[in-house]
Design a protein. Structure first.
Lengths: 342, 342
DNA sequence: GTTAGCACTCGATGCTGTTGAGTGCTAACA
DNA sequence: TGTTAGCACTCAACAGCATCGAGTGCTAAC
């Protein structure tokens, strides 16, 4: 059996309605819709076919039909018509984003807020991948006896800091001198290239080898770890509880538990980067706890490099086309803000 | 009518049982308990008295009794017997706290995790009040043309950073020189005293007045604002959903909404500081959404100054004495860790 | 003062019948 | 041949009703 024009039309109408109401859709409902000129009986026949083809499920005999994951997949790939955001909305989002802090974490935090407000779903943003950033400045600031704070400023304005121990009796001026050397050698290098630069630096070491060695280690550790907890920001975690899918407290708890594990989130949001928008529907995202969630992700850039991910987690029954519009827009907006320092 | 010894005993038994089971407590249950040598009938008479005195509520005629907020108040003030934490537990908490980052935000974040894990409730920690901190170092780091990052290191190792604009053409070395002057003038001053120090600095200004002026403004803004969103850290938000009090999704949503508003949390956790542990039961904390929550708070110190608050939010039916023990212990542990830099 | 006994209350539970949204099938229609 | 009206059928949701049992308050006896 093939999907003809009418089946597409009906399937689309069913999905649209279900996304709106979360209730199984009956033949009468579809028949009444403008644009569909068939009687309930005809619709029923088509629905029966669609069910056989795996696009619809029936919770029980006397209920309407519910779209299957296969149907959502078809919907996002072919059926869905994209809706533009109004200028008003764009402006509002832009304003909210721009008004906030210039610090990267602040920007990302407010972006997550804007995303979850605009979509009413839960948003997740992964901070820029360190390996795509370039070092602008390295500075060692004395903190205590034998301790210094290392601050790394990158082209995205992102600041990574870590406390390292320094040789006894090192003065602020000496630390500044070391900082200058580090900055000179490392400026405009990607964080990835730090290793080579340091090797060279160590060969003709005028400064204390131990200090440089430890500094190198700290930077490398940061690179490997791929960032700490604060690098994954969640917005509007409670939004998800608005939807009947999560009216069951134990489901809600599981969902919130996923949000608390930043590592899981990072994995969930990882994407192959080839396409602009990636959509994973239900079980496609591997995690049983998110079996009736969809995850839509886009990426943003810092400078020339694709650098981080922003995404929305919502029920599979989510308003895909609005979410996509919002993510595309915010992806660009976020790239602009974060690339401002270049 | 007065509360005699036996009434105390029975009330305590009821509260203990209710905290454990969350089910209305009947006379038989109490009668069976070891330590209470009376028949259900006697207990019933006493319970009737206790209800008349406002210590017990009865959900409906044929149900057991439930402690009122007045009863919890009496319980925490007089009845409760304190339980010591085991050495094992202490060690585990200490380890979890110590293992983590040396950065203040990291310490607080992991402390919040430890607190919520140890109590199974939701924890909230307010970062050190800026006004109690002393400046150790101020450093301006070039970020871009006409822009610098100002890093303030304090005695708690806490780092506040903000981007400020600087006059055109200022070199890294010049910024360093300004940094040195700032550090010299401000070192060991409380952040509060910054204003005076700056005024003096501006009088015999060798450096660009505009730069200093703006720097001052930034520091002051930080002081007034009382910190940004990242200064209130919540641990285990989903823990609360484990309790039958929140089996209703809309209640759960309200609760989570409160946790998202950092300002509200800051207000909720503010305390008069006179006593070591503060307990607010149900409506005592003013917020309708938290009407059946209790908030227990303790404070921690950085150096010599009482500086921040750590607290637990749980159902009024919470295990007060365990929560208190944990908070006392963690308050000390946190003070120790944060005062390490002195 | 304490307790056994007993009638009483009332939410929880489970059973039953009814309702209505929705289906599938068949036969008539264009 | 595709479409539709008609109709019997299904089944979750809901309301009504009886039952059960945990727990109470009261009274009388110990």
């Amino acid at each position: 059996m093939q999907l003809d024009e009418r089946k597409y039309l009906i399937l689309q109408a069913i999905i649209d309605d279900y996304i709106l109401t979360a209730m199984p859709v009956g033949s009468r409902t579809i028949s009444r819709k403008s644009g569909v000129g068939y009687s309930p009986a005809t619709i029923r026949n088509e629905m029966s076919d669609l069910e056989e083809l795996g696009y619809l499920d029936q919770p029980h005999t006397s209920a309407g039909r519910v779209p299957s994951n296969k149907a959502y997949r078809l919907y996002v790939d072919h059926l869905m018509k994209t809706v533009k955001l109004t200028n008003d909305e764009r402006e509002r989002m832009q304003d909210h984003l721009a008004a906030k802090s210039k610090q990267v974490e602040g920007v990302i935090r407010s972006a997550a807020g804007v995303l979850s407000d605009a979509t009413k779903y839960t948003s997740v943003i992964v901070a820029p991948k360190l390996s795509t950033l370039r070092i602008k400045h390295v500075q060692l600031v004395p903190v205590a006896e034998r301790m210094a704070l290392m601050v790394i400023v990158t082209n995205a304005g992102i600041v990574k800091d870590a406390v390292i121990s320094v040789p006894e009796g090192m003065t602020a001026d000496e630390l500044y001198a070391v900082s200058r050397t580090l900055t000179e050698k490392l400026a405009d290098k990607p964080l990835e290239a730090v290793r080579q630069a340091f090797a060279e630096l160590l060969r003709n070491a005028e400064y204390n080898r131990k200090l440089l060695g430890e500094t190198l280690q700290v930077i490398e550790k940061r690179l490997e770890a791929g960032g700490d907890a604060s690098d994954v920001i969640v917005g509007g975690p409670a939004n998800m509880l608005e939807y009947p899918e999560y009216s069951d407290v134990s489901k809600a708890r599981n969902f919130l538990a996923v949000l608390e594990s930043k590592d899981t989130l990072r994995k969930l949001l990882s994407r192959d980067g080839s396409m602009e928008i990636s959509i994973r529907i239900g079980p496609e995202n591997q995690l049983p706890a998110l079996n009736d969630c969809s995850i839509v992700t886009a990426s943003y850039r810092v400078g020339d490099h694709s650098s981080g991910t922003l995404g929305i987690i919502g029920p599979t029954r989510m308003n895909y086309n609005r979410v996509i519009s919002v993510l595309e827009f915010m992806g660009r907006a976020l790239s602009d803000v974060l690339s401002e320092y270049r």
